[in-house]
Design a protein around this ligand. Structure first.
Ligand code: BTN
Length: 236
């Protein structure tokens, strides 16, 4: 069954990721022109001046919490495809595990996934996306520099939600392996050097792929063992 999106638009908010938690229903979407307290993963700040796209949506997939890693890849593929469709040179878009979107090797969008659980079951998933359409911090990239004509943010939102509907439905229908193949085709090449910061520890090695739960597989440079990483921060 296709998902129906219920979109609410605001000017400035503190964080769409907080607002969405006040509208807990499958398909709820909150978009804002700017955020005073935008946040990224690991409690980092997400600069949210106007000109970019900031939104959060709620899904209630009624599944085990073990599937969150897969859902993170579903969202990344959907966002990645939408971004690619706007680029002059779609191959410049690359996914970085777990869920960054790079253009020309620099971050252009980030995804924040938070959950409410009921025991082992997902009650609700809140997906927050920040996409640098026109402005970015110095280490980031903007889409407008790589797009022939950039539609307004409401239209970009619709494009992302359309891709999200398609891949979410496929995932619910049991087609994760196809989504994983797509993710791998958009991600770094096998053998590429990867470092993961796990708390204070830095693990260096090479990219081996992603497992069926969406976890990262790294060959540890120290002892050549394959390490499975389900959380952390990846730097290329
Ligand atoms: C990251 O890469 O660290 C994730 C960034 C997620 C930012 C988005 S912007 C919309 C939503 N509201 C927030 O406060 N954060 C997410």
């Amino acid at each position: 069954m296709s998902i129906t999106w219920y979109i609410q638009e605001f000017d400035e908010v503190e964080s769409t990721q907080d607002l969405i938690k006040q509208d807990v229903r499958d398909g709820a979407v909150v978009m804002a022109a700017s955020q005073a307290k935008g946040r990224g993963r690991h409690g980092r700040e997400w600069l949210s001046e106007s000109g970019n796209l900031y939104f959060s949506f709620c899904l209630q997939p009624q599944m085990s919490s073990q599937n969150i890693g897969q859902l993170a890849l579903v969202v990344a593929v959907a966002l990645g495809q939408a971004v690619q469709s706007l680029l002059h040179a779609p191959e410049k878009m690359q996914l970085k595990w777990p869920n960054d979107i790079l253009i020309d090797g620099k971050k252009c969008a980030g995804i924040l996934i938070e959950t409410d659980l009921l025991g082992d079951q997902i009650d609700a998933v809140y997906v927050g996306i920040g996409l640098n359409l026109r402005t970015a911090p110095p280490e980031g990239e903007v889409l407008s520099d790589y797009a022939a004509e950039l539609p307004g943010r409401a239209e970009v939102l619709q494009m992302i939600l359309a891709c999200m509907s398609e891949h979410y439905q496929a995932w619910r229908g049991g087609h994760f392996s196809e989504i994983l193949s797509l993710w791998l085709s958009m991600a770094h090449q096998k053998g590429a050097p990867v470092s993961v910061k796990l708390g204070e520890q830095l693990l260096s090695g090479s990219f081996e792929g992603v497992d069926e739960q969406g976890a990262l597989l790294i060959k540890d440079a120290a002892d050549q063992s394959i390490r499975t990483i389900t959380a952390g921060d990846v730097y290329l």
